[in-house]
Ligand binder design. Structure first.
Ligand SMILES: *Cc1c(COP(=O)(O)O)cnc(C)c1O
Length: 374
């Protein structure tokens, strides 16, 4: 499915990087034809670049979409997708435990343009259904990235459709390898490609995939003017990431399940939040990534635990080779008025782990010595 007939200029095995801002025309006539819409030659890389186009084609096929758009960050993908589907006076319904910057986008910036958002409990089907009539956009993130809460995507998307509400899912946690929401009636999927799709912690990028009409509308009304395009260099890095994505996801899944299972048995661990340990019957997941969280027993000091780790390093984000640890209390106590209202939906005792691609026994050794000495 990932591998399809791939032909590049001069027989290049890897997609060439078109490091060019604009594209020249052979003749006056060919320029006229392009501007009239009779040819598809690229004009300017803010709108169209052949390296980026290869990526868009691949991600569309992988997610089961009809079209895609690529951005300079996951948040650019999210803001473009949201803004192309709402106008002043409209209302959005969004799950409460959403990625914090998405929360700030909806609660802050969108509200400024008179676009209201109702934040609902993503596990409360009745509450979501009650909020749908009259809404324009339903925003899901499943599993979400702090407590790994899953929403019943297929049933919720059906209800949203019945009310004429466009449904969007942030699919960054599962990647297209382990979850394809478009197949269950969702209209748009967004990815922080900075995570698994890049896979090497060296790119910040975002993708939107969905129905042709929704992507065309973005490209017509919003994306060229906000201008947060992906560069050809970074598109090439994402194409490289896609080549190993299925293999990496298998390893993240296996290592994280092993470690989550052992943590669940550990006397210093209270609760483990991993969708594979308490499988929901409605789950669309065909596998699990490397990101999960757990609550540390009160007897342990969180700073001491984090500092005792040597392979797991303290950092935000995830999706690369290296294993990471992120204590929730640091996010909860983040400075600034705009952060005060963010509801992470988590206990300050929560520790988020990203299980990378190192040897899982080394990772377990690191965690167990930190749990013993903190
Ligand atoms: C990181 C992340 C984002 C934002 O993506 P950026 O590439 O950092 O802009 C959005 N949603 C989720 C779930 C994320 O983890």
């Amino acid at each position: 499915m990932l591998v399809h007939d791939e032909r590049h200029a001069e027989g290049a095995a890897s997609p060439p990087i078109y490091q060019t801002s604009n594209f020249t025309f052979q003749s006056y006539q060919s320029m006229v034809e392009r501007f009239r819409g009779d040819s598809t030659q690229p004009v300017y890389s803010r709108v169209d670049n052949p390296t980026v186009s290869v990526l868009l084609d691949k991600i569309s096929r992988l997610e089961g979409g009809e079209g895609a758009a690529a951005f300079a960050s996951g948040m650019a993908a999210i803001s473009n997708a949201v803004l192309s589907h709402v106008a002043s006076g409209d209302r959005i319904v969004c799950v409460r435990h959403v990625y914090p910057d998405t929360y700030r986008l909806l609660k802050g910036l969108c509200a400024r343009f008179d676009i209201a958002t109702d934040f609902v409990d993503g596990t409360d089907f009745a509450a979501i259904e009650a909020a749908l009539p009259g809404a324009k956009l339903l925003y899901l993130e499943s599993p979400c990235s702090w407590v790994m809460e899953e929403q019943d995507i297929a049933s919720i998307a059906r209800r949203a459709h019945a009310h004429g509400v466009t449904t969007l899912v942030d699919n960054s946690w599962a990647s297209p390898i382990f979850q394809k929401p478009l197949e269950s009636g969702v209209d748009l999927v967004v990815h922080s490609a900075s995570k698994y799709i890049s896979g090497h912690s060296d790119v910040v990028a975002g993708l939107v995939v969905g129905r042709r009409s929704a992507i065309d509308r973005m490209n017509r009304e919003v994306t060229p003017y906000l201008g947060a395009k992906l560069s050809a260099q970074e598109a090439a890095l994402l194409l490289r990431g896609l080549r190993t994505l299925p293999l990496r996801m298998q390893q993240h899944q296996a290592s994280a399940l092993t470690i989550a299972g052992r943590l669940a048995q550990h006397e210093m661990v209270k609760q483990v939040h991993h969708p594979g340990l308490s499988r929901k019957e409605f789950s669309l997941l065909q596998g699990y990534g490397g990101l999960f969280s757990f609550e540390l027993d009160e007897r342990l000091d969180i700073p001491a635990f984090c500092d005792a780790l040597s392979i797991f390093r303290l950092a935000v984000s995830w999706g690369g080779h290296e294993s990471l640890v992120m204590p929730a209390e640091v996010s909860i106590n983040q400075a600034g008025e705009h952060n005060a209202a963010v509801d992470f939906g988590v206990s300050p005792r929560l520790i988020r782990l990203f299980v990378g691609l190192e040897n899982p026994e080394d990772l377990w050794f690191d965690l167990s010595q930190a749990l013993a000495c903190a």
